[in-house]
Ligand binder design. Sequence first.
Ligand SMILES: NC(=O)C1=CN([C@@H]2O[C@H](COP(=O)(O)OP(=O)(O)OC[C@H]3O[C@@H](n4cnc5c(N)ncnc54)[C@H](OP(=O)(O)O)[C@@H]3O)[C@@H](O)[C@H]2O)C=CC1
Ligand SMILES: O=C(O)C1=N[C@H](C(=O)O)C[C@H](O)C1
Length: 274
Amino acid sequence: MVNSCTGRMGHSAAEAVVRAGLTLVPFTLTGYSAGVAVSNIGVAGIPVEVVGKERRQDIMNRIREQHPRLIVVDYTTPNCVNDNAQFYADNGVPFVMGTTGGDPQKVAAAAEAAGVYAVVSPQMGKQVVAFQAMMQLMADSFPGVFTGYSLSVVESHQRNKADTSGTAKAVVQSFNKMGLDFKENQIRKIRDRVTQLEAMAVPEDALDGHAFHTYTLRSPDQSVEFVFKHNVTGRSIYAEGTVDAVLFLAKKMQEGAQQKVYNMIDVLREGFLR
Ligand SMILES: NC(=O)C1=CN([C@@H]2O[C@H](COP(=O)(O)OP(=O)(O)OC[C@H]3O[C@@H](n4cnc5c(N)ncnc54)[C@H](OP(=O)(O)O)[C@@H]3O)[C@@H](O)[C@H]2O)C=CC1
Ligand SMILES: O=C(O)C1=N[C@H](C(=O)O)C[C@H](O)C1
């Protein structure tokens, strides 16, 4: 089940689910209430019924009965991510949480408390996850290595992305361990199209779907500069990674693994890539 197929990322993930030969549950949640939402949307030719909050428990009861091996994928919005995670946990349903914002620790805690399997990650793109893991490794191996250096973080995304990049926030935590004094609220968020086109060189056809990240570190005397950059256009990298996370969870469930909550670095480490 992918929530929400009405959104860009949810739709793309649902298409990847179908491409991978998995069964897409023909229901998806929406933030709208009854009577306002479109009642049906198509994903790769499959009609998917849009379900408002007032019906979500009834529909979830039906889905759980019909699909005992159900796994939910969530790409919704920062303002409902914690409520959704609690809903899945309360229903004992394993989930892949790709939605950023909200309180990711609470998302993980909800799954943990309910004993529900989950992958929670602000970044599903495997190669970007590998970069994240590399930064974590560097921080763990050489804590304080960049003490005294300055850091600038710039992230550019489509105009209607509400929150600051969850990926940038996660990478900043590693830089903090490396000795860089930098707060999440110092991340420069670019959402205006002119800057995206002119300063960030985002291709025009990717303005509605891109994730450009640049991390620049400079020594106190400005004689040394490090630049780490990952620029993504479109959404396929995340959609394919989402399917990997779903398959990884299915395997963990089958094995009855003791650990319940994972991130994408765990998925990568297990070599669970298609
Ligand atoms: N982990 C990763 O690798 C990635 C994460 N993301 C994250 O995914 C999220 C979604 O991004 P994107 O698809 O671009 O955003 P969109 O705005 O396109 O989609 C969000 C969708 O969420 C739905 N929604 C809102 N409230 C609820 C609710 N209460 N219950 C169910 N659905 C709801 C909306 O549907 P409606 O309008 O019908 O209410 C909307 O279609 C963001 O947090 C983004 O940062 C994005 C890319 C990669
Ligand atoms: O909203 C997006 O588009 C993305 N969100 C994630 C984030 O907040 O880091 C991942 C990627 O940047 C795309």
